[in-house]
Design a protein around this ligand. Structure first.
Ligand SMILES: NC(=O)C1=CN([C@@H]2O[C@H](COP(=O)(O)OP(=O)(O)OC[C@H]3O[C@@H](n4cnc5c(N)ncnc54)[C@H](OP(=O)(O)O)[C@@H]3O)[C@@H](O)[C@H]2O)[C@@H](O)CC1
Ligand SMILES: Nc1ncnc2c1ncn2[C@@H]1O[C@H](COP(=O)(O)OP(=O)(O)O)[C@@H](O)[C@H]1O
Ligand SMILES: [K+]
Length: 468
């Protein structure tokens, strides 16, 4: 597969965009039946590998998701894998009716007593418009209980594709979810993304959709130029506040993420500062230094008047900046200078920013991040179990689930330090945000479990190594 196709397969589409992409393929000469064959056979191959000869039950609904199910069932039958279709509803679309007519194996009416090893959920996909009725919910739940492996096709039935909202309570957990044609927002949005198990994508030839979101992917990071020296590699200034612990964590990560020089402006050198960190008590001189490539302001800052003054002064220096933590609580529209900026709020800080920028605190997380990015002209990294990055021009990057061990104090400081370090290297706010978020997730994968934020910060170096 050419590399450009690989990149294309990182796009994330909403239902309207998926429909438009499908129409474009149809206009170019591929009919819906062919698309369903591609999707169903591609998914069927994953199911066949997982089933490995064990009995499979395919639950088929009325729409094209059900149609995919009939194709999967026929694919398994052709390959000699035992399969039974449970017909929750007879097919209602032309393509699904054709797929059913081509199936030559066993089918039973909506019967919850069917047993097997692998359940393939093709009840509803992206066309779900309302919660499952009681009978359909019961059928799905009973079959799920009777099958140890549960594979959802496109999206698990009952999950809204654009939002990731479950429209029924108590939907079964899938062990694998196979997206068809393109990723959907539900694959990366809580709570649905936590119900989907492992994610896989089947390519059906969908082309690039303008304005589509992307999945965060491993960045490519260059080694320093042959003639590099510490200042040209990027000098990062970190402005310390009342609580130095957070800036130490941010500095520890920043020292390992590529910047050539990390300087901390603090009234006194913190007791446990890394030896490589250069500490200065002269904030004005640091801000006036022409070599200063980027600034990090906010971790451990405090929220008093003095902190607000230091934030305003720091941002007045008009350097590419990352604003995090208390800095976000103090940020006001008048402090923005138009230089590249990354804001890294969690949900609580996001609500404060929305108040400061007079934005409604409603809608999906990605919509809220986009609204703040547009209003602030900054790149917004809205953190959490389903982090998203929004750019001021409407760019949107969604993150695959990272380790839930990240839910420990101080990991946000590590993220801010990592992003700031990358910003010091090249000055591109969107790129720095993507690199930093990926490195932070990868560092968590590398350190494993029950780690501290300090251990995470040290693992940023190993994560960088994977991007060279
Ligand atoms: N796009 C592509 O390129 C390709 C897409 N493909 C596949 O198509 C899937 C999307 O298909 P789809 O649009 O037919 O939707 P799907 O989810 O099967 O069913 C919706 C139907 O059910 C109904 N309905 C909705 N909610 C309901 C409820 N709670 N309880 C009862 N009924 C309900 C609703 O009608 P309504 O009753 O709302 O009028 C509608 O008739 C997609 O996920 C992928 O698997 C691939 O084959 C290949 C290429
Ligand atoms: N359940 C989770 N799964 C994955 N990542 C998480 C989870 N909880 C938190 N994180 C990540 O950990 C970091 C926490 O940052 P933050 O809330 O600012 O913590 P702190 O202020 O203690 O540093 C963020 O990068 C966030 O995306
Ligand atoms: K499904």
């Amino acid at each position: 597969m050419p590399r450009s196709r690989d990149r294309l397969l990182t796009q994330v589409l909403n239902v309207a965009q998926m429909h438009a992409a499908e129409q474009a393929l149809i206009a170019a000469g591929t009919d819906v039946h062919q698309l369903m064959q591609r999707a169903g056979r591609g998914a069927g191959e994953w199911v066949r590998r997982i089933a490995a000869g064990r009995p499979v039950t395919v639950l088929c609904g009325p729409g094209n998701n059900g149609g995919d199910g009939w194709v999967i069932a026929e694919y398994l039958r052709e390959h000699g894998n035992p399969v039974t279709v449970v017909v929750a509803r007879e097919p209602g679309t032309g393509a699904a009716k054709t797929a059913r007519s081509l199936y030559r194996g066993a089918a039973v009416p909506g019967d919850a007593a069917v047993e097997g090893e692998v359940l393939v959920d093709c009840l509803f996909g992206s066309g779900l418009t309302r919660g499952l009725s009681d009978d359909l919910f019961e059928l799905l739940a009973c079959l799920a209980r009777r099958h140890p492996h549960r594979i959802a096709i496109d999206v698990p039935s009952g999950v809204e594709s654009d939002s990731g909202r479950p429209l029924n309570a108590g939907l079964p957990q899938s062990t694998l979810t196979i997206a068809l044609g393109a990723w959907k927002h539900a694959h990366f949005a809580m709570p649905a993304c936590a119900m989907m198990g492992v994610l896989r994508l089947v390519d059906i030839g969908v082309n690039e959709v303008p304005g589509a979101a992307r999945v965060l992917a491993r960045p490519s990071i260059s080694v320093p130029a042959a003639d590099a020296h510490k200042y040209r590699r990027g000098m990062l200034g970190i402005v310390a506040g009342a609580m130095p612990g957070a800036t130490i964590l941010a500095s520890t990560a920043a020292l390992r993420a590529g910047a050539g020089y990390v300087k901390l402006a603090a009234s006194a050198a913190p007791a446990n500062a890394p030896a490589e960190l250069v500490v200065t008590s002269d904030l004005s001189a640091m801000l006036a230094d022409d070599r200063l490539a980027a600034l990090l302001v906010g971790p451990g800052f405090g929220r008093g008047d003095e902190a607000a003054r230091i934030l305003a002064r720091s941002l007045h220096a008009a350097r590419p900046s990352v604003v995090d933590a208390d800095g976000l609580m103090l940020l006001r529209p008048a402090m923005l200078s138009g230089t590249p900026m990354v804001l890294t709020p969690h949900d609580g800080e996001m609500a404060a920013l929305e108040r400061a920028f007079d934005l409604p605190a409603s809608g999906l997380r990605r919509e809220r991040a986009l609204a703040l990015a547009a209003a602030s002209k900054a790149v917004v990294v809205l953190k959490g179990p389903d982090s998203v990055i929004a750019g001021p021009e409407g760019e949107l990057v969604v993150s695959p689930r990272a380790s839930s061990w990240l839910s420990v104090a101080g990991t946000g400081d590590v993220l801010a330090g990592t992003i700031a370090s990358r910003l010091a290297v090249h000055g591109d706010a969107m790129r720095a945000a993507e690199e930093g978020l990926w490195l932070h997730g990868e560092a968590a994968r590398i350190v494993g479990s029950a780690f501290t934020a300090g251990e995470l910060a040290c693992a940023v170096r190993a994560a960088v190594e994977e991007c060279l």
